[in-house]
Design a protein around this ligand. Structure first.
Ligand SMILES: [Zn+2]
Length: 398
């Protein structure tokens, strides 16, 4: 392991008012449904972890709003999230873009893209950073640690900078230069590893021995990222519905399913509140068979090796949260290789949208689902464009 130190940064004294949502009354396991008080359990439900079948926790709210009224201060959708106010760089409120020309080409009624590349550091991860790092401040953490080789790392580094917290990122050696430069600029400390599981062991040590705050998973078998960050993705569902976008299908580039679960969680609660007429079907898009093998009967705790240039959704693990999100919404999984993804990137670029490689894969997955008759001409699909494309090193022209 090598340590790459960046410029030292003095801790800043100013912290915004961190306001926990008073209606967040506990945590609940998404697998066994056991309840826990609000606390930090970065490896998920202790009971399920002991059984060797890790499961994520979700927040339990005693009351949720009955309308889609946004807050006048703090986080606009804070009443639906763990924190109503806290660290922010202006994340969220990304545009829902109507892609009518592509919809006509695909033969469906409507196609919308939620452009998460418009977030402050260029990806949906800024939502998780805002809620997760507000949690870190709330519990008095000094250091935030995570394993990431891309968007989450850059996002956490930026949000830790504004929060005045130290940020440590466990990455691969071949992290693209554009990301490494951003980490340096934001003052994060980078630890380089050859193997994915070594990164997680490093995060575990920092958390369990030294009290650092974990922003991402470090368990093997894998679980999702800690609950306060994942809950942030509920706002994606709220924003879409507030914009009048209630699709029949949502396609999400997926590694361990944080975004997928957050979307599911938000849509489920919107449906329960009578604010949407039906549950959209959620489709996980993956670069090689992982979740698809689990849905075909393999163990969720197995390792599923595969190579991909879609580094934002690489990795060899499957989590319970992604499986439950597709099963409970009536969706499924689509495998799209790098060439499929590159074709999607090109088609989106022709609409003026330059996105990361895995975001292109969800357009190709949509075409595949239309061809297979799983999305009908009368239906409306939504693509989650997870990040902008200008720092992706994959050459789509080759
Ligand atoms: Zn459990």
């Amino acid at each position: 392991m090598n340590q790459i130190f960046s410029t030292p940064r003095e801790s800043i004294a100013f912290h915004p008012a961190i306001q926990r949502n008073p209606s967040m009354v506990g945590l609940r396991c998404i697998g066994c449904a056991r309840s826990y008080p609000v606390q930090d359990l970065p490896t998920g439900c202790p009971h399920c972890a002991d059984l060797g079948t890790p499961a994520s926790l979700e927040a339990v709210y005693s009351a949720l709003p009955e309308t889609l009224q946004v807050a006048s201060s703090g986080y606009k959708w804070g009443a639906w999230l763990p924190y109503m106010d806290g660290i922010s760089l202006g994340e969220g409120n990304t545009p829902c873009l109507d892609l009518s020309r592509l919809a006509r080409e695909l033969g469906i009624r409507q196609l919308t893209a939620k452009h998460e590349g418009m977030n402050p550091t260029g990806s949906h991860k800024d939502r998780m950073s805002a809620q997760g790092i507000s949690r870190a401040l709330d519990v008095g953490a000094q250091t935030v640690v995570l394993a990431s080789s891309g968007n989450a790392a850059v996002s956490a580094a930026a949000y830790c900078a504004v929060a005045g917290l130290r940020c440590e990122v466990a990455t691969y050696r071949d992290m693209p230069e554009s990301y490494a430069r951003a980490l340096y600029r934001f003052g994060a400390k980078r630890f380089v590893f050859e193997q994915s599981f070594d990164r997680w062991a490093h995060v575990r040590q920092r958390v369990e021995r030294e009290g650092a705050f974990a922003l991402t998973n470090y368990s093997v078998p894998a679980v999702g990222s800690p609950v306060f960050g994942v809950e942030a993705y509920r706002a994606v569902a709220l924003e879409c519905v507030a914009d009048g976008c209630v699709p029949d299908h949502v396609l999400v580039p997926t590694a361990r399913g944080d975004l997928l679960w957050g979307l599911y969680s938000g849509l489920r609660d919107l449906l329960a509140a009578g604010l949407i007429p039906h549950m959209p079907r959620l489709w996980a898009v993956e670069p090689f068979p992982r979740l698809s093998r689990v849905l075909a009967g393999e163990s969720l705790q197995a390792e599923f090796a595969g190579q991909t240039a879609q580094f934002s959704i690489a990795g060899s693990t499957v989590t319970l949260q992604q499986k439950l999100a597709v099963e409970r919404s009536g969706g499924g999984v689509v495998v799209m290789n790098d060439m499929d993804a590159a074709q999607g990137v090109s088609q989106l670029a022709a609409q003026g949208l330059w996105v990361e490689l895995c975001a292109g894969s969800c357009l190709s997955a949509l075409a595949s689902l239309c061809t297979r008759g799983q999305i009908l001409p009368s239906e409306h699909a939504l693509l989650l464009l997870t990040a902008k494309g200008d720092r992706d090193t994959f050459d789509v022209t080759r």
